[in-house]
Ligand binder design. Structure first.
Ligand SMILES: [Zn+2]
Length: 676
């Protein structure tokens, strides 16, 4: 399946935050609740990271300015996440009080030598560029809790496996006990190296004082001194064997042969042999998770995948596990799980699969929408065929939608230091990949209260007050828009459609074809919101909220720039620039240069004229669908260039969007699974 919502990292560039603020003054002896009101909530969460404590103040639910036991989440992964250490019988424990007292200060740098002091300052700056952002899951059913407990253990093993692949397993033992910030960095970044924009190239930035170099655990260290060692491997006669995705490369004799050229006698060793102890342990935990589902026919498909994955960790039968994974669907299980080696971007040669785990629940709201849309899909196709015009003709369509999932836990290569993947198509190899694989969209990321607050700040810096008043950040509006976008990929002229015998790649060239397919789907998604209103399937007010949410979505993509660092077009950014530029020109999204934005600070803002919206959206849909139906490359290029190129008044607007949007810090996701 040629599906393109893949691995879009929605992270935002970080800017200096207010992190360095002085600690709020308060008297430790003050009576409750003042006792726990010494640290502001966001600062509490940043401090917990710096002190490597697995704590997160979810929200000040009772608005007393103090953290309460019910407002505390215990995070997965860092240290001992046993809630009873911090909260017992609904009250904070003495241990929590000790930790709270510690969190009133930042970690001390007093008494350190100049180099070490500098390193620790830079480590704190690296941490400060991510805002801890909670992905919280409450599991009421004891059986679900047991299942999750086993998968949390699998997740720890997956992170050990990725650490072995990255050649950093156990390095954190070299971090002194008092250097909690470096421990937090090592956990967050899954290694000692820095990744945030302000610090990633700073040679002082490393979680270890001895500042190790990056040496992959997948290839012998001896060959990695050569910066072109990947090319050397790729050109060997046995490259096909050595560069298989699920094997490491080792010296045949364990690397002890003195006097031999470093690349002589290399052999491929399967993961399950090279990492046998952790692989076996992961297999046992997966089987234990499968046993939790014994006797439940409603989770038979999930159980079959757990067992197949457990087997693959023993014998490398990843393709068999893929078949069981694909057989698990959004309707035959309430869970989503992917565990094993998949993506290759993490390693220097981009050939080997990195260990990860994605554990999630199926988003039931998207299922409800899919059920609603399925009976009208032929009508939806007919509507797009009318907009596209000849030579396109309506065809019999089926909906192959991604699975919409709410993340419970990301681990290993899926757990990024900053930002997160919001869509993914897997697997990358084997029969299931060749037959189309399975695509997921992560629907609960960036929907937590802190992300919502950030979104409101970003929206109110760009929208005029009249429009901002109608903006509703509730996740359901974006969920609907995503469902409609994904449905539209199945409708109208798509990648398989041919005009004069040519596919869209052949007519437009790959990058433009991709942008057009995404533009088609996003524009048809807008169109279908109003189409659903006409059929009584959606409330008109909700359609308007969805449109405003889509404008904000577009601003977020425009803010990421039109091309990648190496000059490749970004399809989502470009489609957003085309759409919003078009609506702006048609008066549906006017720029009010003299008006203050809703935040009362920025001058110049966008309004949404809902009366002009629908005609503009119909016109754009006709253009885009017509371009694809006729294979009209000239109109496609002109449309793109009009809104995507530099040096135009619209490019100035785009720069303004980017400047305001990127003020917010990046999300650094942390995970909590609570039993309640
Ligand atoms: Zn898409």
């Amino acid at each position: 399946m040629r599906h393109l919502t893949l691995t879009i990292v929605l992270g935002l560039l970080a800017l200096p935050t207010s992190h360095a603020q002085a600690p709020a003054a308060a008297d430790a002896q003050a009576p409750a609740p003042g006792r726990y009101a010494a640290i502001e909530r966001l600062e509490f969460n940043r401090r917990a990271v710096e002190w490597a404590e697995p704590l997160f103040w979810v929200s000040d639910a009772n608005r007393d300015g103090a953290i309460g036991p019910a407002e505390l989440a215990i995070l997965w992964g860092l240290g001992d996440g046993d809630r009873a250490r911090f909260v017992r019988d609904g009250a904070f424990t003495p241990h929590f009080d000790t930790v709270y007292g510690k969190l009133r200060q930042r970690p001390s740098l007093a008494g350190l030598g100049a180099d070490e002091r500098l390193r620790r300052e830079v480590v704190l700056d690296e941490l400060a560029q991510g805002r801890p952002t909670l992905v919280q899951t409450n599991l009421a059913d004891p059986r679900d809790q047991r299942l999750a407990a086993h998968l949390e253990k699998v997740a720890r093993l997956i992170e050990r496996l990725l650490a072995r692949q990255n050649g950093v397993l156990g390095f954190d033992a070299r971090i002194p006990a008092d250097d909690t910030a470096s421990r937090a960095l090592f956990f967050r970044n899954q290694g000692p190296f820095c990744e945030a924009p302000r610090t990633e190239t700073n040679p002082a930035c490393n979680a270890l004082a001895d500042k190790p170099q990056k040496i992959s655990g997948i290839y012998p260290a001896s060959i990695q001194a050569d910066p072109k060692f990947c090319e050397v491997l790729e050109t060997r006669a046995d490259a096909d064997v050595l560069m298989q995705p699920f094997v490491v490369v080792r010296h045949k004799d364990g690397g002890r042969a003195a006097g031999k050229a470093a690349t002589d006698e290399l052999v491929a060793v399967p993961y399950e042999v090279a990492f046998a102890d952790d692989m076996r342990a992961a297999s046992r935990e997966l089987l234990a998770a499968a046993r939790v589902l014994d006797g439940d026919p409603s989770e038979a498909a999930f159980k079959a995948y757990l067992e197949a994955a457990a087997q693959a960790f023993l014998d490398g039968s990843w393709f068999k596990a893929d078949a069981a994974w694909k057989a698990m669907t959004a309707t035959n299980s309430k869970w989503y799980l992917r565990v094993g080696p998949d993506e290759v971007y993490f390693e220097p040669c981009s050939r080997k699969a990195g260990f990860h785990m994605t554990f999630a629940r199926i988003n039931q709201e998207s299922i409800a929408w899919q059920k609603k849309l399925d009976p009208v899909k032929a009508d939806m196709e007919a509507a797009l065929a009318r907009l596209a015009g000849p030579p396109y003709e309506a065809r019999a369509v089926g909906f192959e939608l991604p699975d919409f999932i709410d993340i419970v836990l990301n681990a290993g290569d899926s757990r990024s230091a900053l930002g997160a993947t919001v869509g993914q198509s897997l697997p990358n190899w084997g029969p299931v990949a060749e037959s189309g694989g399975r695509t997921v969209a992560m629907t609960n990321l960036y929907t937590d209260p802190d992300s919502e607050a950030t979104l409101l700040e970003q929206a109110s810096s760009l929208l005029c007050k009249a429009t901002m008043d109608r903006f509703d950040p509730a996740p359901r509006h974006l969920t609907l828009s995503t469902v409609l976008h994904e449905a539209a990929h199945n409708l109208g002229p798509a990648h398989e459609y041919r005009v004069d015998g040519k596919t869209d790649d052949q007519v437009f060239g790959g990058p433009l074809a991709t942008t057009l397919e995404e533009l088609k789907s996003q524009t048809a998604g807008l169109y279908f919101a109003d189409w659903l209103v006409e059929r009584g399937l959606l409330d008109a007010a909700d359609a308007e909220r969805t449109h405003i949410r889509d404008v904000i979505w577009s601003f977020g993509h425009i803010a990421q720039g039109m091309v990648t660092a190496d000059g490749k077009p970004k399809p989502y950014s470009q489609l957003a620039a085309i759409q919003m530029g078009f609506f702006n020109a048609k008066g549906a999204l006017p720029w009010k240069p003299d008006q203050k934005a809703a935040n009362g600070a920025d001058v110049g803002c966008f309004d949404i004229e809902i009366g002009k919206w629908k005609p503009a959206q119909d016109e754009l849909a006709r253009i885009v669908l017509g371009v694809k139906a006729r294979g009209d490359r000239v109109l496609a290029e002109n449309t793109r260039d009009q809104w995507v190129s530099d040096g135009t008044p619209w490019a100035e607007r785009r720069a303004e969007i980017q400047q305001r949007w990127l003020r917010a810090p990046k999300a650094s996701f942390v995970y909590s699974i609570a039993a309640q």
